[in-house]
Design a protein around this ligand. Structure first.
Ligand code: FAD
Ligand code: SF4
Ligand code: SF4
Length: 490
């Protein structure tokens, strides 16, 4: 073998980091996996066959240099591995934790079929967690002074955070506005701690602020300022507001007192995890209750597993398709089943009553236009699922941003997402860009990070071109007083 450090998939089995025992993890909100020890990370990285055309990398939305950092890890060159890994990603340890790797990098690893994929996500998480511990994660390195130009970012989720970091590196003054009291978007208030502990997000937010990025918390655009007001404050704007309008179930009883929207439930749980006082806490607490969650995506998985941790008497997940056709990650379903969640496949709510959910058995019919087999009712197949708490987790649509922002010229698609020029990532309003879920619709953290990184390049190009045309002072020419004025206004 030419490279004795690599290609060990032949003699080394795939091993994910050990999971904590169900009896232990089902009672807390800490991550379920134990960290890799160094030797294990090196061993698992050495299974990579260093493909000439690495399909893992092709299918990673960030096109991470996976073979390179696996090789460096296998060789014990961990600081270099971190340098390579962080060159393409502003949040590698977050993606390593919560990407659905089975559908992305690992699902396309060439040794997956015969030997089991290289555990890419776990190694990625290890590399950067280790770098934080070793002090290798340096403050953001600002390479130029463009502080006379400022960019306003609406939304402190992964798209906004990634863009803020990349724009600050280029030297811009960066202001981030978020309606929540904490930054992080769904990393903070959607995704529960058992998938992503909050300190992991917080240290990234701290690093942004330490670099001079100004985060305005509890600032809701549409309430505290209109889009036009923010346009006047900044040279360019980025809208990275995510999608938050919950899809509803159109059945009788869908708005009963014991029926909750998934995100309200998860936000309350995340707040409790932070130690905040939760208003009407009892309503959001599944302890001792029979819980039915309707839906089959990541949000539904997070709800069922949260209910287990709150001490629910029973937890059922109703999904109208079957296991193989559900949108949620197979890995998450396996975790939920281990923790005691019962999945009721091919079942859709017909009505929500005081005692639970009247559900209709479904079967899969012919494939629809999207290629997926459409669920249809199984005649006569009504059954009852007992519930004191019903959680609706059917996905999210965009809010009506033109109305919310008081910006009727802000063009949207027929799905309500922001219409952008896909090359420049600019919306219909000059100098207003958009990225993340508000453009894609509900998607993934890794795509939001990618979009945030890309839009930073587009904003930089646009500001440079504008300065070159002489319509605005360029970075070097901007007067100190103009810079001070803008900072004061913001
Ligand atoms: P967001 O993360 O939604 O951030 C948008 C921010 O904008 C928020 O902080 C919001 O407060 C702010 N905002 C909105 N409107 C305004 C306004 N008017 N004024 C000021 N601020 C505003 N993806 C994965 O990859 N893996 C997972 O395991 C996973 N689990 C998920 C679990 C749940 C429960 C949910 C809901 C989603 C999950 N996702 C997961 C999807 C992922 O979280 C999103 O795709 C990602 O967070 C989108 O990033 P974003 O920056 O575009 O938006
Ligand atoms: Fe895999 Fe996600 Fe990491 Fe890319 S970012 S290597 S898809 S875990
Ligand atoms: Fe290594 Fe798998 Fe990527 Fe090939 S596809 S380079 S084996 S991780």
């Amino acid at each position: 073998m030419a490279n004795t450090k690599m290609l060990h998939f032949i003699d080394t089995s795939q091993a994910q980091p050990a999971k904590r025992a169900v009896e232990e993890r089902a009672h807390d909100f800490l991550e379920i996996s134990r960290p890799f020890i160094i030797a294990k990370a090196e061993e698992q990285a050495s299974r990579c066959s260093q493909c000439g055309v690495p399909f893992c990398q092709v299918h990673c939305p960030l096109q991470n240099n996976i073979p390179d950092w696996l090789k460096l890890t296998a060789e014990g060159r961990l600081e270099e591995a971190y340098e390579i890994s962080s060159a393409t990603s502003t949040m590698p340890e977050i993606c390593g934790r919560i990407c659905p790797q089975d559908r992305l990098c690992e699902g396309n690893c060439v040794i997956e079929k015969d030997f089991g994929a290289v555990t890419i996500g776990a190694v990625e998480k290890f590399i950067t967690d280790n770098a934080w511990e070793m002090g290798w994660v340096k403050p953001i390195n600002i390479v130029a002074d463009r502080s006379g130009q400022s960019v306003g970012i609406i939304g402190a989720g992964p798209a906004g955070m990634a863009a803020a970091e990349r724009l600050r590196i280029k030297g811009y003054t960066v202001h981030v506005y978020d309606r929540h009291d904490r930054a992080g978007g769904l990393l903070t208030y959607g995704i529960p701690g058992f998938k992503l502990e909050k300190f992991v997000v917080q240290r990234r937010v701290d690093r942004l602020e330490q670099a001079g990025i100004i985060i305005h918390r509890n600032f809701e655009v549409g309430r505290d300022a209109s889009l036009a007001e923010l346009q006047a404050r900044h040279d360019a704007l980025l809208v990275a507001t995510g999608v938050y309008r919950p899809r509803d179930v159109n059945v009788p009883g869908a708005h009963g007192p014991h029926v909750l929207d998934a995100l309200d439930y998860l936000i309350a749980s995340n707040r409790a995890d932070f130690g905040d006082t939760v208003v009407e806490a009892a309503q959001f607490d599944a302890a001792g209750k029979h819980v039915v969650v309707i839906g089959g995506g990541d949000t539904a998985m997070d709800c069922v597993r949260t209910a287990i941790r709150q001490g629910a008497a029973s937890v059922k997940c109703l999904y109208r398709r079957d296991r193989t056709n559900m949108p949620g990650s197979a890995r998450e379903v396996a975790h939920a089943e281990e923790e005691g969640v019962e999945f009721v496949w091919l079942a859709a709510p017909a009505a929500i009553t005081d005692s639970g959910v009247s559900a209709q058995r479904m079967r899969l019919g012919l494939a629809g236009p999207d290629g997926r087999r459409a669920p249809e009712p199984e005649p006569g197949g009504i059954f009852e699922a007992q519930a004191d708490l019903v959680i609706k987790a059917l996905g999210f649509d965009p809010e009506d941003l033109p109305v919310l922002f008081g910006a009727s010229d802000l063009a949207v698609t027929r799905w309500g997402t922001l219409r952008v020029d896909h090359k420049t990532m600019m919306t219909s309003l000059p100098g207003v860009f958009a990225a993340g879920d508000i453009v894609r619709g509900a998607s993934l953290v890794v795509w939001a990070a990618r979009d945030g990184q890309d839009v930073a390049v587009q904003i930089h190009n646009w500001l440079r071109a504008r300065a070159a045309q002489g319509t605005e002072a360029g970075p070097q020419e901007a007067s100190a007083s103009a810079a001070a004025d803008k900072r004061k206004a913001a």
